[in-house]
Design a protein around this ligand. Sequence first.
Ligand SMILES: *[C@@H]1O[C@H](CO)[C@@H](O)[C@H](O)[C@H]1NC(C)=O
Ligand SMILES: *[C@@H]1O[C@H](CO)[C@@H](O)[C@H](O)[C@H]1NC(C)=O
Length: 500
Amino acid sequence: MKPSLLLVVACCLAAQLFDAANAASAVGDPGMRRDELRVAFEAWNFCNEVGNEEAPGMGSPRAADCFHISSNGSLIHKVTEVDNKLGVGKPFPGLPEKALNDPNLYAVEKELYLGSLCEVADHTAPTKPWQFWMIMLKNGNYDTRSGLCPKNGEKVPPFISGQFPCFGKGCMNQPLLYHQPTAVVTSENGIKTMKGGFSGTYDLVPFPPPFGIGTLGDSSLNSYFEVVWEKKVGDGGSWIFRHKLRTTKFYPWLMLYLRADATKGFSCGYHYDSRGMLKILPESPDFKVKLTLDIKQGGGPKSQFYLMDIGSCWKNDGRPCDGDVLTDVTRYSEMIINPETQAWCSPASMNRCPPYHITPNNIKILRNDTAHFPYSAYHYYCAPGNARFLEFPDSTCDPYSNPQAQELVQLLPHPVWAEYGYPSKRGEGWVGDGRTWELNVGALSSRLYFYQDPGTRPARRIWTSLDVGTEIFVSNKEEVAEWTLSDFDVILTSQPPSSA
Ligand SMILES: *[C@@H]1O[C@H](CO)[C@@H](O)[C@H](O)[C@H]1NC(C)=O
Ligand SMILES: *[C@@H]1O[C@H](CO)[C@@H](O)[C@H](O)[C@H]1NC(C)=O
């Protein structure tokens, strides 16, 4: 989708004025190398909100760990544990009165507040302050009798359905969250290592309390999540983020991602202002993503491990999102690298394929061209539930799990993606095959099909969220996924796209 000639000219002039040394990375902390870490945590219910209530004693499910290092080497934290425990009813600077007792509005404001404490100034002109990497945890339980989730953005009354996991009242709860603030540990041979983490469980009465960093708990009855970060002081290398996620019978659908989100505006899946790491928003086709991923445990056959997941939002007529959940559409594309994940798209199920595939040479292959369409390169395509001109046959996305309608383009490792540096065959990048990837996410995403109303101007594909992690999609038994992520960078390969 080429920008108009006018835009091309405008970009290139701007590029000449741009400081090349700082133009290379779109993130505030290129490659995760900055000793003075910025990381935050957020937990979401099925439709990306808090819901009716916070977990007891936990405050609003937003937290952060941000510090600077004093001249004597001690870590000075910018976010206190009192800040991290802030929850409904407790005022803080800048909190609008209407948000004080509303768990959903409160979480939004708390994220902005934590962002203000963590914000790092950027001295390039124009300045582009940035805040933090975001760890996102989501509980896929949906109590359809709760009335909590809209349908394609439209408020709907409670209903009865056996379609979603839920053990009963309270299944959409927020987790218990423990924080181990980053601290320096000096080894016997004098090496200083910084380490901290977030961990917790959805089980409000966990076994055995208390939960601690580095344990999965003694009981397999617990759901569990953990992200521990670690780095040697001043070594110039990357922070290593170690993730663990465990599903159970009661919490069979959990998601844990590390996201680079926009520093302002709507990041993907939000319908409110958020904070993040993308000080410049990357635009297709002009960016790449570099990262190191080492998966220790896959999380079972239902674990849709994303290398990677990119998200944005635009309307079906191509205009950018403006927070009107009835016409905004979240757009996701993700490659699932679990070799057990099958292609749901096939010649017999063309409704689960995008209408066409585009080759690197820009040749369009229709999905009914059974001799040429790469069916096994697509896990599942689903169209926005509010699209009015879908090509038959179609499959629309789950209308409840985002605050607005959504569209998903889910890919599988396949030779057609090799050109972009993505896994080209099953098993690449999976357990035992840890690698550093340089993915041409920009080029690939410029050639994916996304729905638009006929005759409308193609949307600019500007991405507000880039993440890596897994979605264990309704496991029928306890599953554990475990992986490390490091070296994350978003590299601009051409002129700077529109700034955040
Ligand atoms: C190091 O400096 C900080 C303030 O910058 C101070 O609070 C702390 O006590 C100092 N630690 C030591 C061991 O001197
Ligand atoms: C394939 O689909 C296109 C529309 O997407 C249609 O025009 C064409 O007739 C179809 N071809 C076959 C062989 O069904």
